[in-house]
Design a binder for this molecule. Structure first.
Ligand code: 2IT
Length: 450
């Protein structure tokens, strides 16, 4: 049995009840064969065995009291996956379905993503099975304060810097930072990112994930001699990331035609490409209703399809899933291919495609781009926020963007080059894994058995 197969088998046996984690490990390790099976130094140093084992896993009780005076208990997590190239870095997700498997999948992906940015950040992820929907500001504050009362022990500028993810935005980061500052008695701004502009946040951070994804996409189309101009794009989700994607796509002359929510999808044939419509996405998010169909209250010409996702159901040249993991399963993959218009799936949300769907799409001529490369602009900008905090100087929007653009364009080039170097030209997904792996593995090899 080959090295990769042996590690995969052992990882499956040891984590049998963690399907999302096993999904990403299988996807990533399979694509690393051209590196790790051609030089036994990786096996001798047990690089893969170490990479699939988080350095530390923190799980903790989060007690809080709701507005009715009732005691509530949630489960909190921080998985510190890999610190070979920098302090742990990655978001916090508050969503009722959060469990150890989901946090480990996100932490594993984050390690490769952070490496791709070229910045000195290791991989980590955390969160809680807390449902922000319908909670009052006071409840969210009490939850965040209780969560931080445990989390503060594990984070810090040179230790671990959490940020937001689904369910954690500016409001939550504010409450978390306030409690962190109070407990530690220090103004350690670089211990959390995604902060507000008045207390150490970076201009451009809320936009960075979506904008970065479009910079990546622009670089990809340029490399093929094409462009985004005039392309119809089916976007899913309607949160912060989908908003940034729609806004930047519009600047490049592409036409976003869908958004989606847990209730179904919206198809706006005329394009979600006016200032008004894009601004309305923010209102939809702020309303806390979590319903895509709210779009029709302002734009009744659009179509809403309840309980479905747009994959293979609309005419789009490109799909850019921006909602959550496993949005594109084999059924959706088959629908995309059967519909026939789309040539590209540019993943934005973390791991939106199942391994089976990925294989089917690639075998049927769809060019895939990996989320860990495409969405790295968010964490890259978080790292730039840490830099600004360290130098006690805020940068202008232009300065931040002037760093973000070359990072994203460089990530695409690295994915492309790695795929070519290791014998799978055009497989940008494998390229992302290979390029992300190389830097982390080199650092681990040089640092000895830790
Ligand atoms: O998935 C991600 O990269 C994030 N949620 C952002 C992490 C960060 O540290 O900004």
């Amino acid at each position: 049995m080959s090295y990769v197969d042996r590690v995969l088998e052992a990882t499956k046996a040891k984590n049998a009840n963690e399907p999302e984690f096993l999904q990403t490990v299988e996807e990533v390790l399979n694509s690393l064969r051209p590196i790790v099976e051609n030089d036994d130094k990786y096996e001798k140093a047990a690089i893969l065995e170490r990479m699939v084992e988080p350095e530390k896993v923190h799980m903790f009780r989060v007690p809080w009291v709701d507005d009715n005076g009732k005691v509530q208990i949630n489960r909190g997590y921080r998985v510190q996956f890999n610190s070979a190239i920098g302090p742990y870095k990655g978001g916090l997700r508050f969503q009722p379905n959060v469990n150890l498997s989901i946090i480990k999948f996100l932490g594993f992906e984050q390690t490769f993503k952070n490496s791709l940015t070229g910045l000195p950040i290791g991989g980590g992820k955390g969160g809680a099975d807390f449902d922000p929907k319908g909670k009052s500001d006071a409840e969210v504050m009490r939850f965040c304060q209780s969560f931080m009362t445990e989390l503060y022990r594990y984070i810090g500028i040179d230790v671990d810097c959490p940020a937001g993810d689904m369910g954690v935005g500016g409001r939550e980061i504010g409450f978390l930072y306030g409690q962190f500052k109070r407990i530690t008695g220090r103004y350690e701004a670089g211990a959390l990112s995604g902060k507000g502009l008045s207390y150490g946040g970076s201009l451009g951070r809320p936009e960075a994930t979506g904008y970065g994804a479009v910079y990546y996409a622009d670089e990809y189309f340029k490399s093929t001699g094409g462009s985004l101009k005039g392309k119809k794009v089916s976007v899913t989700g309607f949160g912060n990331v989908a908003w940034g994607v729609c806004k930047k796509l519009t600047e490049y002359g592409a036409i976003p035609v869908t958004i989606s929510g847990p209730d179904g999808y919206v198809y706006d044939e005329e394009g979600i490409n006016t200032e008004d419509k894009i601004a309305f996405l923010l209102e939809m998010r702020a309303s806390n209703r979590n319903e895509a169909k709210m779009y029709l209250e302002k734009y009744p010409n659009a179509k809403f399809v309840a309980g479905e996702r747009p994959f293979g159901k609309v005419k789009a040249d490109i799909y850019m899933p921006c909602a959550m993991q496993n949005e594109i399963r084999i059924e959706e993959a088959k629908a995309i291919v059967a519909e026939g218009t789309a040539k590209d799936v540019i993943e934005v949300s973390n791991m939106p495609t199942t391994n089976e769907a990925m294989k089917y799409l690639q075998e049927n001529g769809i060019i895939m781009q990996a989320s860990k490369a495409v969405n790295a602009g968010g964490v890259a900008c978080s790292s730039l926020e840490m830099t600004q905090n360290a130098e006690h100087l805020p940068w202008t929007t232009e300065e931040v963007d002037a760093r973000l653009q070359p990072i994203m364009r460089g990530i695409f080039q690295n994915c492309k080059n790695a795929a070519e170097k290791y014998g799978c030209p055009g497989n940008y997904v494998a390229g992302a894994n290979l390029a992300g792996f190389q830097k982390v593995a080199d650092a681990m090899l040089e640092q000895g058995l830790v």
